[in-house]
Design a protein. Structure first.
Length: 167
């Protein structure tokens, strides 16, 4: 199974999860008690595949961390799984992280999603989408950045001004 380290300041403890359903499992378990998945057979997954699976982890911070790392990898294969998670989850912090990750992956196929996210109810998501749009050097992105000057959120307006000054 997958292990994530959690520390309490004095000692470290490994927590193992089933890579299929994300239930906690014991380190030596070969079959998940919850979903009956063969844990050993899932150990062969690549690091990238494990990160994609972690987008559906039961722990929110792990989902956000997986989105962040996928963005840092800048692998275009991450686009589809990241977009899929946006459609399935309403966790605004995860969507914020995905918007930032999509800006790092940088593909034409993410542009329309980032533009849509600039209308999200959360200013955190709008700001992240705007930040990612600043990586695109085209008229569509520029138009949306200019529109953000009138965003209801002052931090989004400030970011739009900063982006336009750099251009």
């Amino acid at each position: 199974g997958l292990a994530f380290v959690r520390g309490d300041g004095r000692r470290q403890r490994m927590i193992f999860f089933c890579p299929s359903c994300w239930s906690r499992v014991k380190e030596d378990e070969k079959i998940c008690r919850e979903c009956q998945a063969d844990i050993e057979s899932l150990d062969h997954l690549s690091y990238f595949e494990k990160l994609v699976n972690a987008l559906n982890h039961s722990v929110r911070t792990t989902r956000i961390r997986a989105a962040y790392i996928l963005g840092e990898l800048r692998d275009k294969r991450a686009i589809a799984p990241l977009l899929d998670v946006i459609d399935k989850r309403d966790d605004l912090f995860l969507i914020e992280g995905i918007a930032l990750a999509l800006g790092k992956v940088d593909g034409k196929e993410v542009l329309s999603t980032l533009i849509q996210l600039t209308d999200h109810p959360s200013f955190l998501v709008r700001r992240a989408a705007l930040n990612s749009l600043s990586n695109f050097q085209n008229e569509r992105a520029l138009k949306v950045i200019k529109k953000a000057l009138k965003d209801p959120g002052p931090t989004v307006q400030d970011l739009a001004r900063k982006i336009l000054q750099v251009r």
